[in-house]
Design a protein around this ligand. Structure first.
Ligand code: TMP
Length: 209
């Protein structure tokens, strides 16, 4: 039996790392074998690409960013996600295809049809879609304030102006409206415990009893 593939999506400062960790702990406690991973990254090769994609000072064209994220994803799929799912184990992944469509498609390319189609074509070639996507919804201004209060080094995308992050929020909104069965929107402006309880009740409906 194939395992459950759950992805988390959202803008900056939505609380994805906290919530993926809490869900991983809750499912493990219930006796499920679950892998917690992230993108870009999640395998040694993809983590090396992550450094280049997020922190290299060299500019990268929009299409190059799409293909770099997809190259990292291919390695992550081949070395971790697909083998785990094939063994019947579940995978929780912090960001996946929807982030590419939103950041590179709606954010950088401002939703141009040609660019969205390019991303969708490569996505189709990788041929792996999540069973469930949790979209953590926070106003971009609140997300930006959370990132600023966290401190530390900022990546290529966090450095973008607020208008970019508003396009990201609108892009996720568009995807959630297009695919309401797969993408479940959760209000992430509440306390971590409230958000985690909502997520667990959504996920429980997808797990074999
Ligand atoms: P994060 O670890 O905070 O989620 O940072 C990853 C950054 O990479 C975040 O700004 C979103 C961005 N990103 C893309 O632009 N495209 C992608 O396909 C993925 C997976 C992430």
């Amino acid at each position: 039996m194939k395992g459950l593939f759950i992805t988390f999506e959202g803008g900056e400062g939505a609380g994805k790392s906290t919530q993926t960790r809490l869900l991983h702990a809750a499912l493990s406690k219930l006796g499920h074998t679950v892998h917690l991973t992230r993108e870009p990254g999640g395998s040694p090769g993809a983590e090396a690409l992550r450094e280049l994609i997020l922190f290299s000072e060299a500019p990268l064209s929009q299409r190059a960013q799409v293909l770099a994220h997809m190259a990292a994803r291919a390695d992550h799929l081949d070395s971790l996600i697909l083998p785990a799912l094939a063994r019947g184990e579940s995978v929780i992944c912090d960001r996946f295809h929807d982030s590419t469509l939103v950041y590179q498609g709606y954010g950088l390319a401002r939703g141009a049809t040609r660019d969205l189609d390019f991303i969708r074509s490569v996505r189709g070639l990788l041929a792996c879609e999540p069973d469930l996507t949790i979209l953590l919804d926070v106003p971009p201004e609140l997300g930006a304030a959370r990132v600023a209060s966290r401190g530390g080094k900022t990546d290529r995308y966090e450095q973008e102006a607020i208008a970019f992050h508003q396009r990201i929020a609108a892009g996720f909104d568009t995807l959630a409206n297009e695919e309401p069965r797969r993408i479940r929107r959760i209000d992430a402006s509440r306390t971590p415990d409230e958000v985690a309880a909502d997520i667990l009740s959504v996920v429980m409906n997808y797990l074999p009893s």
